[in-house]
Design a protein around this ligand. Structure first.
Ligand SMILES: NC(=O)c1ccc[n+]([C@@H]2O[C@H](COP(=O)([O-])OP(=O)(O)OC[C@H]3O[C@@H](n4cnc5c(N)ncnc54)[C@H](O)[C@@H]3O)[C@@H](O)[C@H]2O)c1
Length: 387
């Protein structure tokens, strides 16, 4: 049976993707998956061109995802009048240059985190997008989990009472061994001066901002475990950013916090976790068990108090698109599918979702405040940063 001509019409948002590595592939897979999970309305995403400095990577990507055009110059993507959204999945150092060029060309921008290597660059990106009226989205995919949306609902409806403390961690041990190579992530030029701090604490901060509110003051410290590593050519290089960072913080609403991030967190793999304490209840979450949220209620009978384990369910936002029954597990790539859904909704409506460039700038400002605090051994307010 054929669809009548009118019904076959689908609005297609045309994407130019820059950076054909891990995240480039994750975005492309999500653009394919979002239509299968959420359907074709209000629009679909199609990558029409891909750019990577490596021609081999760009060509392989184009073949794998059926993309009609590939190039080694990201400027070709910006100059293509057919492209609606520029998707930036390169290492961090070129995010701001590409985003500013895309905004100047009137494109919407989807950019991986951290949004930029400095808060000043992030602010310029946010202000340019705001002034141009384009839609932006930053790849803080962990916010897209149905469990996090439900956690936010619990907080907004007062189930936890007044939130007074947030403790968050992101530990992974992929760099604990000295033999792990020097890559762009250990290079301050490519990844920024904030290592685990920019790469991983930014995710914890995104959750803190989403669930509790804006961090306004920090006191932090950083550590490098292996000062030298060999690059792919066997040359010994100096590691230029932190393996581990941790900081005390205060939120605008008066809550206190403690956050840490480590790429040398021995024994941990994707330990992106938090504990949120309020006057009426508390939440516990661990990304290694991403389909579970633990809720404690002070109002429970004294003899029955304890954390209750809630499994992801169709009553949690976005979950029902995947499964009709509670307890079926979503995975990392499903979060990217939900993020792609947020991108479609934002472009179609002209209204950004939570994690827009302003949000990314607010996160980057905290990251930089921790850098200054660690260097100067003092509490630093975000007001002092990138003014
Ligand atoms: N949201 C997440 O969970 C998550 C996870 C991993 C990485 N990231 C972020 O995604 C971005 C990319 O990380 P990745 O792990 O995919 O890196 P990657 O090294 O796997 O891929 C990066 C790609 O960009 C290409 N590239 C480098 N400079 C370029 C340029 N100037 N123009 C075009 N292409 C260029 C490289 O050749 C490579 O193919 C980073 O900002 C990183 O922080 C986010």
């Amino acid at each position: 049976m054929c669809l009548p001509p009118g019904e076959a019409k689908v609005t297609v948002i045309k994407v130019g993707l820059i950076g054909a590595g891990w995240m480039g592939r994750a975005h492309a897979a999500a653009f394919e998956g979002v239509t299968r999970i959420f359907g074709t309305g209000p629009a679909t995403l199609k990558i029409v061109a891909v750019a990577d400095v490596s021609e081999e990577a760009a060509k392989d990507f184009a073949q794998r995802f059926g993309v009609g055009s590939f190039t080694t110059s990201w400027r070709d993507i910006i100059n293509d009048p057919d492209i609606d959204v520029v998707d930036i999945t390169t290492p961090n150092d070129v995010h701001s240059e590409i985003a500013l060029a895309a905004i100047a060309a009137g494109k919407h921008v989807y950019c991986e985190k951290p949004m930029a290597n400095t808060a000043r660059e992030a602010r310029a990106m946010h202000e340019a997008a705001r002034d141009a009226g384009v839609v932006t989205l930053v790849g803080f995919n962990y916010l897209c989990s149905p469990i996090q949306a439900y956690a936010r609902q619990l907080i907004e409806t007062g189930e936890l009472g007044e939130i007074f403390h947030f403790r968050g961690t992101f530990d992974n041990d992929y760099m604990v061994e000295e033999s792990f190579p020097f890559t762009w992530r250990t290079d301050a030029q490519a990844a920024g001066r904030a290592g685990a701090l920019g790469d991983m604490a930014s995710h914890v901060l995104s959750l803190a901002h989403y669930l509790v509110g804006e961090v306004t003051e920090v006191c932090g410290a950083r550590q490098i475990l292996h000062a030298r590593r060999r690059d792919a050519k066997g040359n010994e290089r100096t590691v230029e950013n932190d393996d581990l960072a941790h900081f005390l913080c205060r939120f605008r609403n008066g809550a206190s916090g403690y956050l840490e991030a480590s790429r040398i967190g021995t024994g941990r793999k994707l330990y992106l976790s938090y504990e949120i304490q309020g006057t009426k209840g508390a939440l516990l979450f661990d990304q290694e068990r991403m389909n579970e949220l633990n809720l404690y209620r002070v109002s429970d009978k004294p003899a029955e108090r304890g954390y209750k384990r809630i499994l992801a369910a169709p009553q949690h936002p976005d979950y029902a698109a995947f499964f009709g029954l509670q307890g079926n597990p979503l995975g990392y790539n499903d979060l990217k599918i939900i993020e792609a859904r947020r991108l479609i909704e934002a472009v179609a409506s002209g209204k950004p979702w939570v994690a827009d460039f302003e949000f990314g700038y607010v996160v980057d400002r905290v990251v930089e405040a921790v850098l200054v605090s660690a260097e100067e051994h003092r509490w630093v307010t975000t007001e002092e940063i990138a003014r």
